[in-house]
Design a binder for this molecule. Structure first.
Ligand SMILES: [Zn+2]
Length: 254
């Protein structure tokens, strides 16, 4: 049962037939892990907290730098040199004191993720990192623990979004699409926002899209990025979608 306060706070989404009180209860009962609290994680976390996702775990090992503020909208100038996960938890608590927040001030390596998932169940993971090794770790660990994942990335003006539901037997995975070995040799070393640049609102679009897909997953609505690579071009404002199939030569699930 939703409280009076919850009915009031979430009234504008509860009045949507796609959500309603039943959908809001699902959001309130959900536990979500967010890896990366930068340009994607900032808007995604703000929207999920505002929507009343009951428990958010925030993972980031970085501290706030002045060069982050062009796109990482959770942080203010006076947060410089503070732990991102800690500041993010404070900001999100201020936005919505009704939800539970857990800050993990560390990088999400494979061993740590495996331990965490063995201790607690999660309904969904959002991959908001710009690190390919961590993305592949998230892919493997979420697949092993049958946890759905929403992944996004942005380079320059181009965004990508894709989701996998590892609760289903025949789900493809991120490595079907981008096998780790190919990716490593195709890209120059450590290519990310710090080396190639990125336009802030493109991250805002993709992070917001991750929050949308997360809400759909949690409420039980159809997820448009499920097994579909959604590509966004900020220059032309155009979206394209490519359907994915399981890849029998995939090093992770083939
Ligand atoms: Zn695969």
């Amino acid at each position: 049962m939703l409280s009076r306060k919850q009915l009031q706070r979430y009234s504008r989404q509860i009045m949507l037939p796609q959500i309603g009180e039943a959908g809001q209860e699902k959001l309130s009962n959900a536990r979500v892990l967010m890896v990366g609290l930068g340009g994607l994680g900032s808007p995604a976390a703000l929207y999920l907290a505002a929507a009343g996702v009951g428990e958010l775990h925030l993972v980031d090992g970085d501290k706030v730098e002045i060069s982050n503020l062009q796109r990482q909208v959770l942080y203010k100038t006076n947060h410089r040199e503070k732990d991102k996960a800690q500041v993010a938890a404070q900001q999100l608590t201020a936005a919505n004191p009704e939800i539970r927040l857990h800050a993990h001030c560390r990088m999400a390596d494979e061993g740590w993720l495996t331990d965490l998932f063995s201790q607690q169940s999660f309904d969904l993971v959002l991959d908001c990192t710009d690190n390919l090794d961590i993305r592949h770790s998230i892919n493997r660990v979420c697949r092993a623990h049958k946890i759905p994942v929403v992944m996004a990335s942005v380079r320059g003006f181009s965004g990508q979004l894709v989701s996998f539901d590892f609760r289903t037997q025949a789900s493809p995975c991120y490595a079907c699409l981008f096998p780790p070995a190919v990716e490593a040799s195709d890209l120059p070393e450590a290519e990310n926002c710090s080396t190639v640049g990125v336009i802030g609102p493109a991250l805002g679009m993709m992070g917001s899209a991750q929050a949308l897909e997360a809400i759909k997953f949690l409420v039980g609505l159809p997820v448009s990025s499920l097994n579909r690579l959604q590509l966004f071009e900020a220059a032309s404002l155009e979206w394209r979608a490519l359907s994915l199939a399981e890849n029998s030569t995939c090093p992770v699930c083939g």
